[in-house]
Design a protein around this ligand. Structure first.
Ligand code: URA
Length: 230
């Protein structure tokens, strides 16, 4: 990778400031002063900025208990975003793993690791997501059978993948799906003649929302949690 990219990524500098540090003779690579921003370096090289030895930052992984009323976006002109719950120094290179609607609460994952994100969100991998769904009308056996078999969503040409339904009470189900289409749960329930009143995500694959996290809280994932979704 280029030296200016290494510097900006490892130090949180703009590319311009990274270049200035290099051209002002502040950077050495393996003991040699380098003044070219496009000099190629490896993560394993010893890179010094002044007296400070730099290291390539490892990937970061977080879970958040998303509250209602925040949108899942890095920036939004009209609404507050989930990023506003994280300190600014964590924002760099952080991406939201799949979106929840503004009114949906519960488990949200965020990471700097693009491959890991792709593994979870790519339809090919059929990563499961579990939701607690409060309904307008009592759920009936016909609707459960249809959800379990697969339903045709408005505007789609294929049935949804079979879902798992656990009935909590007549107007609350735990639904596990292996896709992440736009408004999928709300559209699935609409397809069986019901209406979602509230939606809360409890789990993604084997990662469960930490019961200790209050709404708006976040924490780093453990390495076991990260590895479970690799
Ligand atoms: N399905 C929905 O309809 N909304 C969400 O936020 C997540 C899944």
């Amino acid at each position: 990778m280029r030296l200016d990219y290494y510097l900006s990524h490892s130090q949180g500098l703009s590319r311009k400031d990274a270049k200035i540090n290099i051209t002002k003779s502040r950077v050495t690579v393996n003991g040699i002063l380098i003044k070219k921003a496009n000099h190629q370096v490896l993560e394993s090289d010893q890179i010094m900025l002044g007296d400070v030895e730099l290291s390539w930052p490892s990937e970061r992984y977080y879970m958040m208990n998303k509250p209602a009323d925040l949108v899942c976006a890095n920036q939004d002109a009209e609404h507050a975003t989930v990023m506003s719950l994280l300190p600014e120094n964590l924002h760099k290179d952080l991406n939201i793993v799949g979106r929840l609607d503004k009114d949906t609460t519960g488990l949200l994952l965020l990471t700097t690791d693009g491959q890991w994100l792709h593994r979870i969100t790519s339809p090919k991998h059929e990563c499961s997501k579990t939701y607690l769904v409060n309904l307008d009308s009592p759920i009936n056996d016909q609707a459960i059978a249809e959800l379990t078999h697969g339903v045709m969503l408005n505007g789609e040409s294929r049935l949804t993948l079979p879902a798992t339904v656990e009935v909590m009470n007549e107007t609350c189900i735990r639904l596990t799906i292996k896709e992440g289409k736009y408004h999928q749960v709300k559209r699935m329930l609409a397809a069986v003649g019901n209406h979602v009143v509230s939606l809360h995500r409890e789990a993604i694959g084997s990662i469960e929302l930490d019961a200790e996290l209050s709404a708006g809280g976040f924490r780093e994932l453990t390495s076991n949690e990260v590895d479970a979704l690799r």
